[in-house]
Structures are given as structure tokens and as C-alpha cells.
Design a protein around this ligand. Structure first.
Ligand code: GLY
Length: 330
């Protein structure tokens, strides 16, 4: 064997026996929301504010913990949304708003920016965590969007945890339905203050993900579905551009195609995420809609944009940022 050949085999052996190189520790980032709407500082007691801030912080911490431990963006998004779905303060899972008929019908979606895999469910009534059902569909990969009975059947076949209607029903949402039916308050007023939940994340491998979950709008009828489970309206994630989760009046967010529109502006027009998010929320406002978005850029920049007086929100990242806020200007 020539010296040259010997050197070649020695080198090949070195590479073959070397342990897989660990991914260098890199940055991660996460942002969450718990709904946007018309909020008044006067009506928000210190006690109530502390309660909401603690709930947001706990969900944010759950997502940050996943990312800090090297978990994926999709796992972090799921962890945050499960916590917020289980918290009766928010309009998702337990504590969802009531339909006109007095039921809780839940919508959710999730998307992985690494491969554009997505799952979405609408009008689900017996699955404890709709975001887990959406994610099970995403992983299954045969369909993106299931509604009603079919979605429930998929959940049962995948052994997802079920829940009785009483798990989702809360007194304060029932009172909101009664006020709505009596014409004392609009669906926007009763819902948007305590709204939809969502999360966007960037993991240390550079992948983006987004997810959103909601009970929809108080007094909704005829199987109404909002933007939250509509990929491209309430949720979108693409490593090439950004990850978005929306909250607000779904009808307007669907018409504008909010989440995908923001990502398109970033990808095709080269806008930064804040400029794109502000422009698209302005478009929602121009046709009469209210609400907001959280957006994650591939470099870990997390931004908020909303045209309401407040949005329950928070963000954390690997540089040590960890903050929650409620009103505009905070
Ligand atoms: N944005 C939640 C909904 O309209 O259903």
C-alpha cells in the first residue's frame, strides 16, 4: 500500500470513529399571546393584572425551558399552548367561549417552518387539548385540516386525551353568552379581552414554528370557524421568512390572509418582521378588523403588532430576555 493510500485510510477511519459533532449552542427565542382586545387600565385591578401576568409568565417559562434544553420550536409551541388551553382564563380549551347553542367548539392549528408540515382542527368538542390533535395530524401527514366528528374520530384513533363538556365550560363564559344574547355586549367586547392563545418560536437548530388555539367567538352559530385553525390566516411558519400566530376578529384575518401575508412580505419584499406585521395589521384595520399578531424572525427577533388597546403577550430568548405585557406601550 502506498503512503498516500495509507494516509487516506487513516483519515477515513478517523472520521468514521469520531463522535457526531454536537450542534454548537446557538440562540433560541419564543413569543406568546393570550388574546388582544379593547382593554381598559381602569377596569384592570392590580390583582387581576398579577394573575394574568403570572399565567403568561408560566406559559412563557414552559416554552423557554423546552428551547433551553435543546428542544424543537414545535415542541416549545405545543408546550405553551397546552398550558394556556388548560388555563380557564383564556379562550382556548378549558374556558373557551360558548356557541349560541351553549356548547364549546374548539379550533387549533400548528405549523413547522422546517418542512411546512401543518395540522389544523375545527369544531372539536371532546378533545382536552386541540393543539395536540392538530399536531398529531401534522405528524400523521395525510391531511392538514379536519373538522367536527372526523377530527374527533382521528383523536380517538390516536388515543388523545378526551374531556367531558363540563371540563371546558366555565361560569364567566356562560355569563358572557347570556350578556351577548341579551344584546348587552358585542362578541368582540366579550371575547377579545380574554382571547385566543398562540406561540411562535425559533429553536437552537434554526427552525421556526407557530401554533394557535381558540374557542372562537361568543355566540357563534352555524359551525362558524375563525382564522385560528386556518393555515395562512391565523397561523403560518416557514424557515425562509417567519412564524406568525394571530388573535382577533377571525373573519377579517381570514379575508386578509394575515399570517401568510406577513411571511410573504418578509420573503418577497425583504421587509423586516415589524414593518411587515404593522403593514398587515393596518390592512386588517382598514377593512374594520381588530386584533394582533406575534411574529418570529429567523434571527430570533420577536415582534408584536396590534391595533387594539392591549394584547396579552410575552417573549423570552437565550440572551436572558423574559417579559410579559398587557397594554399597548408597555
Ligand atoms: N381569532 C379567533 C376567532 O376569530 O375565532
Amino acid at each position: 500500500m502506498t503512503n498516500r493510500l495509507r494516509r487516506f485510510f487513516a483519515l477515513a477511519l478517523t472520521f468514521a470513529s469520531a463522535p457526531a459533532m454536537a450542534h454548537p449552542p446557538e440562540q433560541w427565542s419564543i413569543a406568546i399571546h393570550g388574546g388582544a382586545g379593547t382593554m381598559s387600565r381602569e377596569e384592570m385591578t392590580d390583582e387581576k393584572r398579577a394573575e394574568y401576568e403570572a399565567a403568561l409568565q408560566a406559559a412563557l417559562d414552559a416554552g423557554a425551558k423546552v428551547l433551553e434544553g435543546g428542544g424543537s420550536a414545535i415542541d416549545a409551541v405545543r408546550a405553551v399552548i397546552v398550558m394556556l388551553e388548560d388555563d380557564p382564563r383564556f379562550n382556548a380549551g378549558r374556558g373557551a367561549v360558548f356557541t349560541w347553542e351553549g356548547t364549546n367548539e374548539l379550533d387549533a392549528s400548528i405549523m413547522d417552518g422546517r418542512d411546512l408540515s401543518a395540522g389544523a382542527v375545527a369544531g372539536v368538542t371532546g378533545v382536552k387539548n386541540p393543539i395536540l390533535l392538530a399536531d398529531a395530524m401534522r405528524r400523521d401527514g395525510r391531511h392538514v385540516f379536519l373538522a367536527g366528528k372526523g377530527a374527533e374520530q382521528f383523536a380517538a384513533e390516536h388515543r388523545l386525551e378526551q374531556a367531558e363538556p363540563s371540563w371546558f365550560a366555565t361560569d364567566h363564559r356562560l355569563r358572557a353568552l347570556e350578556r351577548f344574547k341579551a344584546g348587552k355586549v358585542s362578541a368582540i367586547e366579550v371575547d377579545l379581552k380574554f382571547g385566543t392563545v398562540g406561540a411562535v418560536a425559533l429553536d437552537s437548530a434554526g427552525n421556526l414554528a407557530a401554533g394557535t388555539s381558540t374557542g372562537g367567538t361568543t355566540g357563534k352559530r352555524w359551525g362558524r370557524i375563525g382564522d385560528s385553525p386556518v393555515i395562512g390566516a391565523g397561523t403560518y411558519a416557514d424557515n425562509k421568512s417567519c412564524a406568525v400566530s394571530a388573535t382577533g376578529e377571525g373573519e377579517y384575518f381570514i379575508r386578509v390572509g394575515v399570517a401568510h401575508r406577513i411571511c410573504s412580505r418578509v420573503e418577497l419584499a425583504g421587509e423586516d418582521v415589524q414593518t411587515a406585521a404593522d403593514a398587515v395589521i393596518a390592512e386588517v384595520g382598514a377593512i374594520g378588523g381588530e386584533g394582533g399578531v406575534i411574529v418570529m424572525a429567523p434571527d430570533g427577533r420577536a415582534v408584536f403588532a396590534f391595533n387594539t388597546t392591549g394584547m396579552y403577550r410575552g417573549r423570552a430568548d437565550s440572551s436572558g430576555t423574559s417579559e410579559v405585557a398587557i397594554f399597548a406601550g408597555e
